[in-house]
Design a protein around this ligand. Structure first.
Ligand code: HEC
Ligand code: HEC
Length: 400
């Protein structure tokens, strides 16, 4: 009986551990081919073994799945609560895969060299992961403009779940899925994307080390990209260094800082952070007084249904803001000078305007020209050249 079913006939399917286990099991049995009970047990055992071996991997000695945990170091003064979902822990291997996918033009499921598009087509590292062109709306792969102007990718690991200008996107993972099918972005489908990546031999090994097997699916793709995006942390601007006592700001920059963070000054800090909130965003939504009528069907009101949210959008981070014009959700202001001019003189009062726009009765904060220059000097201290040039965030080598 045992001779007939030579257990070593599938050494490839049965790992060495499996074989010794089987040998041990068999030697523990009293072998009597005339014993019907043994017969039944033996056949059952063999059935289980055959089932097990047909499920197992072709690899004779598979490497155990041991990803390296990645821990985010909280920069000085930053909030300690991070938004890392429990079902997508960050690993060195996951981040490495996500970074490649982020930059791989084939991520949109196309192969013609003229039709490639990845996250990095619009989210360009040197421009604080915005497109950096002076047109408000980037174009998707089929030439459709996006509905809103762009948002940068900075410190998103501190956004607790309201991504996008109106907060409609619950997670970075969800954003990836949206980008794949959005007609003004990839205009593709999960199937197309997965099939394209499956045909690139080099991705197999990357998915194995990141997720434990070579299965490629959109869930894993979105998880890996989200892990990479969570590493994009800006904490080394001139202002950060000043807060850590490493550099001194100029008198002009310091005057601007005081204006920025005082109510009787420029009064920016309630919505855009400052001392005590180094993210330079609250990640909350406000109507900051630009219009008298609200026609955008994708404002915060579209999400909450609260009429007071008409014309409200996220107060974006002011980090690297000098690089990310044009400004506001619709890109209406070309330059930061225009933005400061707006807050100074051109506020529009409506019932929806946020109560934190304290100077609305005067039509704005009414800064003098030297004060405007001071405020601008301060805003420019939020530029983080280390972030903008960090090679770890740049384009890696692509698999073939
Ligand atoms: C065609 C250009 C384009 C491409 C390609 C693109 N994005 Fe974006 N992205 C945008 C625009 C525009 C916005 C702002 C959208 C809005 O809120 O209306 C945005 C917003 C985001 C946000 C929200 C940021 C925040 O502060 O809330 C995330 C996250 C994001 N994109 C991730 C990605 C990822 C990941 C990819 C690749 C899978 C990608 N994007 C590809 C244009 C693009
Ligand atoms: C009541 C909250 C609030 C206050 C106070 C406020 N802002 Fe804003 N800010 C916003 C919101 C909301 C947006 C986005 C609005 C939109 O896109 O339509 C914004 C947008 C901006 C932008 C453009 C961001 C981008 O990515 O395009 C800049 C720059 C800016 N604010 C600077 C300032 C400065 C400087 C001050 C102080 C003078 C200030 N803000 C005061 C809420 C506020």
């Amino acid at each position: 009986m045992i001779e007939k079913f030579t257990i070593n006939s599938h050494p490839g399917n049965l790992g060495s551990a499996g074989i010794s286990e089987l040998t041990a099991t068999l030697s523990g049995l009293e072998i009597d081919t005339h014993n019907a009970r043994f017969h039944k047990r033996f056949i059952l055992l063999l059935t289980i073994l055959i089932l097990l071996s047909s499920c197992s991997n072709d690899d004779p000695d598979p490497e155990p799945y041991t990803p390296t945990p990645y821990e985010i170091e909280i920069p000085y003064g930053f909030p300690t609560v991070l938004n890392v979902p429990a079902d997508n822990p960050m690993t060195v291997e996951g981040i490495a895969l996500g970074r490649i996918l982020f930059y791989d033009g084939r991520l949109n499921g196309r192969s013609h060299p003229d039709s490639l598009m990845s996250c990095s087509t619009c989210h360009i590292h040197q421009n604080s992961f915005e497109i950096g062109a002076s047109r408000p709306h980037p174009f998707g792969v089929t030439g459709n403009a996006t509905h809103h102007a762009m948002l940068p990718m900075i410190n998103l690991v501190w956004n607790m779940g309201n991504f996008g200008w109106n907060g409609s996107v619950p997670s970075i993972e969800a954003d990836v899925l949206g980008v794949i099918s959005d007609p003004s972005e990839f205009d593709s489908s999960p199937e197309k994307v997965v099939n394209t990546l499956k045909n690139i031999e080099g991705y197999k090994e990357l998915f194995i080390v990141a997720f434990g097997s070579d299965e490629i699916n959109v869930e894993r793709i979105s998880k890996a990209i989200a892990q990479f995006v969570r590493t994009l942390i800006s904490s080394n601007s001139r202002f950060d260094k000043y807060m850590r006592g490493e550099v001194q700001l100029t008198p002009e920059e310091l005057r601007g800082f005081v204006l920025f963070t005082t109510e009787e000054g420029a009064d920016c800090f309630h919505c855009h952070g400052g001392y005590g909130n180094p993210l330079f965003t609250t990640n909350k939504f406000y109507n900051n007084g630009k219009d008298s009528v609200f026609t955008d069907a994708a404002d915060r009101f579209a999400i909450t249904g609260d009429p007071m949210d008409k014309g409200a959008y996220k107060a974006t981070t002011l980090r690297n803001i000098e690089l990310t014009g044009p400004y506001m959700h619709d890109g209406r202001f070309e330059t930061l000078d225009e933005v400061i001019e707006f807050y100074s003189q051109h506020l529009v009062n409506t019932p929806q305007i946020d109560p934190l726009m304290h100077h609305i009765a005067n039509g704005g904060i009414q800064l003098t020209p030297p004060e405007k220059a001071d405020l601008m000097a301060f805003i420019k201290t939020l530029r983080d050249d280390e972030f903008l040039n960090n090679p770890v965030f740049g384009k890696p080598e692509m698999p073939e």
